[in-house]
Design a protein around this ligand. Structure first.
Ligand code: ATP
Length: 460
């Protein structure tokens, strides 16, 4: 097994064992493409989302947050083009009837699929006599629709067709007019949303990289088309700033300019941000200039006017849009795979997650040196209670030896551990503060702890 594959296995196993991420519906054998976030995973996820929300909604005057319904009128997805066009190329193993993504099989066979239609893919499969991963002949490439269809209502005809939204962007476009009418913003302005999206992926794989129920953080940033190049450049930089803020190493993030032939016809420029995952360089985020395609389609289909009036020049036009689209799960997987580390401490292999304190689910753990010494326990609990009033993500632990507690905290990425010992209560009111990455300790006065920790957590 390649070391990087081995690393993925170790991450998946750590995530399950320590309560970050569990396979969905596990006691019933699971459900492919779904995962449940455990107590540490949900905190890590919320930390990522909060950084995004703070950076792009709270700290900006030009972006409005919303939370739209997941179920929407089917006309939304007809107008957006998803009902007809949101599909992936599917190919079937003619013997086992297992189904695969044709583009992925071709890429794995070294074929450059840029600009290929589904028919082109079928031809290449035939020409090269490509086999399925099980070694059998493959059928023709067909269109596989990725939206989950459902029915709403209890009437005899079976209700009205609806879809689980395949992206959060639809909810944003439908609320463009609402936000515009409520707040009268001037261009440029954006609408932001974090939420679930659903895609019936042909082959969910690579842990939480490709799932059927996912979470996205999306912004539609409405602009005057005259300024699109400048605004696009600003968003390109903002994505890098976000990647820095969640602690992704810059050397593992790469921009991929999507060539004309591979872009959606309405997009004038698209950049994919890719990340070096243990299973290869793959899409992390997308940034697209989508012109006025979406508002144009919704305005036409709904009959609602969506034009913007520039009060200074008297010009009326449909705003154009730039869309930074970020996956929460892929951010988390990028964070976990770059944070996963092993070293040797006191002759033993130590596993630790080098999480940035900004995203770490537990930021500080407080221990008494011994749990059977009430004076140590009382002091440690006192410090724990005081700290958690000031800092989020503080836990108390007294089970097992201190060495074991350090290992447990290292494994979940806790940046700092504090131990109360006899010097604390008998000598100088100091505790040890241990750094996860270096495993070194320093003594800090209890009265200084909040200040020292706050500085460290912000500085890192
Ligand atoms: P891919 O080519 O990998 O299928 P995509 O180009 O279809 O992705 P977009 O439609 O641009 O993806 O979605 C925006 C973002 O949503 C992606 O950059 C990714 O972070 C996230 N995302 C999309 N599909 C999935 C999925 N099945 N599982 C997890 N995250 C996803």
């Amino acid at each position: 097994m390649k070391p990087e594959e081995n690393k993925m296995e170790k991450i998946v196993s750590l995530c399950k064992r320590r309560g970050f991420i569990y396979p969905g519906s596990l006691i019933y054998g699971g459900l492919a493409g779904t995962f449940d976030y455990g107590p540490l995973g949900v905190t890590l996820k919320k930390n990522i989302e909060n950084i995004w929300w703070k950076m792009f909604v709270e700290n900006r005057e030009d972006i409005y947050g919303i939370d739209a319904a997941i179920l929407m009128n089917e006309k939304v997805w007809q107008a957006s083009g998803h009902v007809d066009g949101f599909s992936d190329p599917l190919v079937e193993d003619l013997k086992t009837h297992r189904r695969f993504r044709a583009d992925h099989l071709l890429e794995e066979a070294g074929v450059d699929i840029k600009g290929m239609s589904f028919d082109d893919m079928s031809k290449v499969i035939l020409e090269k006599d490509l086999k399925s991963p099980d070694g059998n002949k493959l059928g023709p490439v067909v269109n596989f629709k990725m939206m989950f269809e459902t029915r709403i209502g209890a009437d005899a005809e079976g209700g009205q067709v609806s879809y689980l939204r395949p992206e959060t962007a639809g909810g944003i476009f439908v609320n463009y007019k609402n936000v515009y009418d409520s707040f009268h913003p001037k261009l440029p302005f954006g609408i932001a949303q974090i939420g679930k999206a659903f895609r019936n992926e042909i082959a969910p794989r690579d842990f939480i990289f490709r799932v059927r129920e996912l979470e996205q953080m999306e912004i539609e940033y409405f602009i005057d088309p005259k300024n699109w190049e400048l605004e696009f450049e600003n968003w390109r930089k903002s994505i890098w700033e976000f990647a820095d803020a969640v602690g992704l190493p810059r050397e593992n993030v790469h921009e991929l300019e999507i060539p004309d032939a591979d872009r959606a016809f309405y997009s004038k420029r698209t950049i994919d941000f890719e990340f070096d995952f243990p299973f290869g360089k793959k899409e992390l985020y997308g940034l697209a200039y989508r012109t006025d395609y979406d508002l144009g389609r919704h305005s036409k289909a709904s009959g609602e006017k969506m034009e913007y009036l520039n009060e200074e020049t008297g010009e009326r036009f449909l705003p154009h849009v730039i869309e930074p689209s970020l996956g929460v799960g892929r951010t988390m997987l990028a964070i976990l795979s770059s944070a996963y580390s092993e070293d040797t401490v006191e002759g033993e292999t130590r596993v630790f997650l080098k999480l940035s304190p900004a995203v770490a689910p537990v930021k500080v753990a407080v221990f008494p040196l011994l749990k059977n010494k009430p004076e140590l326990v009382t002091k440690a609990r006192e410090i724990f209670v005081a700290l958690r009033k000031e800092i989020s993500g503080v836990v108390y632990d007294e089970s097992g030896s201190v060495g074991k507690r350090y290992r447990r905290q290292d494994e979940i990425g806790t940046p700092y551990c504090i131990t109360v010992d006899f010097d604390t209560i008998e000598k100088d009111n100091t505790v040890t503060l241990r750094d996860r990455d270096t495993a070194t300790q320093e003594r800090i006065n209890v009265d200084e702890l909040v200040k020292v920790l706050k500085n460290k957590i912000v500085l890192n």
